[in-house]
Write a protein that binds this ligand. Structure first.
Ligand SMILES: *[C@@H]1O[C@H](CO)[C@@H](O)[C@H](O)[C@H]1NC(C)=O
Ligand SMILES: *[C@@H]1O[C@H](CO)[C@@H](O)[C@H](O)[C@H]1NC(C)=O
Ligand SMILES: *[C@@H]1O[C@H](CO)[C@@H](O)[C@H](O)[C@H]1NC(C)=O
Length: 461
């Protein structure tokens, strides 16, 4: 499911460290709040004279509205977490929010339990997906948000004859770009909803094309909404003390020195994310450096997102490659983690090597840029809409053709220190300009306004 699962909430193992980080954060937060007001709302001065508490919140018109959020599942992957963020944004302006999870395992699940608790704590009501309460809420709601293509299954299964009454107020939020989502059973109602909200232009184009060519259906009004970094992530990214502590700690645990150069790929390990091609490029870059006898610090590749149980064959293939090519000392595998900030704080360059059509959006990319990291990315999908080639990072082609260009880009960033730092700074500026939570709120607000308007217009049933 929506596997751009690189936005994680933090469930830290090392409490003492985190306590230290949080402690140092508290002083930064004040600065952060000031900074964020300055960057997000400069075009919005009129709102400054409105009531305190509603100052500049673009979603404040959602106050007292009833919104039903339909999630296909409740897990720590990107899709559900994003919907939860939306739930909290809406709660913060006084929206009445009801959450339902369509697919729930029958046995109690710790993750689901803790996520539900988090929502209840913040005033989100959690209803059973299939009950009369869910149907009544859907009929009464001002707006229904379906999250991911798969959530479409809920409509017929639960609403039954009520489906036509609900469709005109449905906003369908889509975060995926793979063939198996283009199934009629998931998306047949898509043409009749008020709107679709999609994370990147590339993905929106792809949906337009594929629904038409594969299924013969037309997309509804479609809005592209780029995502933004959470405030929590920005707080760490902008705190130099926290970053230094995390950097020292992670580097020590990996057994690398402070001056070594770390290139990391942070994604669930799978062929689609291109860790194999990255390691080939990394090895080629080591050879180039040796051939040219370049003087520089030791280089390391860090693969964050390992899960031996999920992709055993591919994981083994990566490890054999590393042994075979004799680069074991330079390559580090890190298990999948819910907390990416420590790794972003400790590396020098992020590699985004997603293959084929690339990432739908690729949230790790804007997270890395927040940490002033340059990005070496494939020229595909959402990455192209985030990374400015030559300004905030360097792009290379997908597939085997991309291996040598990526290797050369690795050498470039390894040898040209000034350039590397400049690309990172530019990336940070770009995040501050357009990839913060407040930007995302602003974009979502525009969409919600349109959809509410649509829902009010008379419809032929
Ligand atoms: C849709 O996709 C097909 C196959 O990928 C491609 O050949 C075609 O040009 C695309 N059409 C549009 C309108 O983009
Ligand atoms: C990583 O995960 C594997 C199982 O998939 C486990 O055996 C190993 O201990 C984990 N490593 C760390 C450092 O937690
Ligand atoms: C990125 O820029 C470099 C030169 O700066 C160029 O050679 C390369 O073709 C560009 N790649 C893309 C995908 O635009």
């Amino acid at each position: 499911m929506a596997k751009q699962s690189t936005w994680f909430i933090s469930i830290p193992k090392r409490w003492p460290l985190i306590v230290l980080v949080l402690f140092t954060l508290s002083t930064a937060i004040v600065f952060f709040i000031r900074a964020s007001i300055g960057t997000c709302d400069t075009d919005n001065r009129i709102h400054l004279i409105t009531q305190v508490g509603e100052v500049n919140n673009p979603l404040s018109f959602m106050k007292s509205k009833l919104v039903l959020l339909v999630s296909h599942e409740l897990s720590l992957s990107g899709g559900p977490l994003l919907l939860m963020e939306l739930a909290f944004l809406l709660r913060s302006v006084g929206t009445e929010v009801v959450w339902i999870t369509n697919q729930k395992p029958t046995e109690t699940d710790e993750v689901i339990y803790s996520l539900e608790r988090r929502m209840l704590d913040r005033g989100v009501q959690v209803f059973f997906a299939k009950g009369q309460k869910a149907i009544d809420t859907a009929l009464k709601a001002d707006l229904v948000v379906l999250n991911t293509a798969v959530a479409g299954k809920w409509l017929d299964a639960v609403l039954k004859e009520n489906v036509p009454h609900v469709l005109p107020k449905v906003l369908w939020w889509i975060h995926e770009m793979r063939g198996h989502y283009f199934k009629k059973e998931y998306v047949k109602h898509l043409p009749f909803v008020a709107g679709a909200m999609i994370d990147s232009h590339t993905t929106a184009e792809y949906w337009k094309n594929r629904t038409q060519e594969r299924l013969g259906i037309k997309m509804p009004e479609t809005y592209v909404v780029h995502l933004g970094n959470s405030k929590e992530l920005m707080e760490v990214a902008e705190n130099n003390v926290a970053k230094r502590v995390l950097r020292e700690h992670v580097r020590e645990s990996l057994g690398v020195r402070q001056e070594d150069l770390l290139f990391a790929i942070i994604n669930s390990v799978s062929r689609g994310k291109g860790q194999d091609l990255f390691l080939r490029a990394f090895r080629e870059s080591l050879q180039l450096i040796r051939e040219k006898k370049l003087q520089m610090p030791s280089m390391h590749a860090v693969v964050v997102g390992s899960d031996m149980n999920a992709q055993t064959k591919f994981e083994n293939e990566l490890r054999s490659f590393v042994v075979e090519k004799n680069i074991k000392e330079h390559v580090h595998f890190v298990n999948k983690t819910l907390n990416v900030a420590p790794y972003l704080a400790s590396i020098d360059v992020l590699v985004q090597n997603s293959q084929a059509r690339g990432e739908c959006f690729g949230r790790i990319t804007i997270e890395a840029m927040a940490f002033q990291l340059p990005v070496l990315g494939t020229a595909a999908g959402g990455t192209r809409e985030i990374v400015v080639n030559g300004t905030t990072g360097l792009l290379h082609p997908v597939g085997k053709e991309g291996v040598t260009p990526l290797a050369k880009n690795i050498v470039k960033l390894a040898t040209q220190v000034e350039r590397r730092l400049t690309l990172g700074k530019n990336g940070y500026e770009r995040v501050k300009e357009r990839f913060l939570e407040c930007h995302m709120s602003h974009r979502i607000a525009l969409v919600l306004k349109e959809v509410l308007q649509q829902a009010k217009e008379p419809h032929i049933m």
